[in-house]
Design a protein around this ligand. Structure first.
Ligand SMILES: N[C@@H](CCC[C@H](N)C(=O)O)C(=O)O
Length: 276
């Protein structure tokens, strides 16, 4: 079958976007892995499927698949690319769009300057909602790995995140600790592992080893998770500028049940067709 796609990126986190609004598109795990493969396919961190919805007051449904084929609940950089896609393709003339994801409905706004702001909803720290198997809720947790114990914060931004403070993000052991945290038995649905270096109360460096995709150049929900964890710990204040390897994201959070607002770029890179 021939599959038409649009290749997009948001702060270097890259996506293959499929328009399934005209006709349904069904892809198997293997087909998603093939499209995401950087040598034998198009190459991407995540595949995004844009679909119609019957839910009143909601404009679209969008589904997110990691490069390993697993379907996930939320994707911050993907949400910004989704907005750019539906506006540029003329699928809507709205600039404020409500979209249904596997973790609920989110609102996205395309700004005049091309940046997109996403209302990511409130962060969830209750372990069962992450999900994280731990006795009682705390601000930080000790997580035993192979040969060492690391200190993490745990939060759900619709998807699960563990955030670790590091002295220098450039020398952090992302490639070795990332996979161990991602598949730690206390995270029954696996977890995205963030490595955060605090530069000052309004600025951090961040690298994220993503569940199901490995280290990416940026992770939107990871940026939200790192900023709210730092604010909870008292080392950061809103707004937080997050420097990733692929660009800058700005995160605002007033605490408690207030929503986390994320702003950043989203661009189309190229379009094409692949035989799968
Ligand atoms: N890159 C994303 C997150 C994509 C999903 C994640 N890997 C997961 O499994 O939860 C973002 O920008 O948030």
């Amino acid at each position: 079958m021939k599959l038409r796609f649009t290749k997009m990126q948001g702060a270097g986190n890259d996506f293959v976007v499929i328009d399934a609004t005209q006709a349904p598109v069904h892809l198997s795990h293997t087909q998603i892995q093939q499209v995401a493969n950087r040598y034998f396919g198009v190459g991407c961190d995540q595949l995004l499927m844009v679909e119609n919805t019957d839910t009143p007051g909601v404009d679209f449904r969008y589904r997110i698949f990691n490069a390993d084929g697993s379907e996930v609940e939320q994707c911050g950089n993907g949400a910004r690319c989704f907005v750019r896609f539906v506006v540029d393709k003329g699928l809507t003339d709205k600039r404020e769009i409500r979209v249904e994801t596997a973790s609920g409905i989110i609102t996205l706004t395309l700004q005049e300057d091309g940046q997109v702001t996403v209302n990511m909803g409130a962060p969830r720290f209750v372990p069962a909602q992450i999900p994280f198997d731990v006795g009682t809720q705390a601000t930080v947790y000790e997580l035993p790995l192979h040969g060492e114990t690391v200190t993490i914060s745990a939060v759900s931004m619709g998807n699960p995140h563990a955030v670790m403070l590091v002295e220098n993000v450039h020398t952090a052991e992302v490639a070795t600790l990332g996979p161990q945290i991602e598949s730690h038995p206390r995270f029954p649905q696996r977890v995205n592992a963030g490595f955060m270096q605090v530069l000052n109360v309004h600025e951090i460096n961040l690298r994220v080893y993503e569940r199901g995709s490995g280290e990416t150049l940026a992770c939107g929900t990871g940026a939200c998770a790192a900023a709210v964890s730092g604010i909870q710990l008292g080392s950061l204040q809103s707004p937080v500028k997050v420097h990733t390897r692929g660009g800058i994201l700005t995160i605002q959070w007033q605490g408690g049940d207030h929503p986390v607002m994320m702003t950043g770029p989203a661009e189309i890179v190229f379009e094409g067709e692949i035989e799968i």
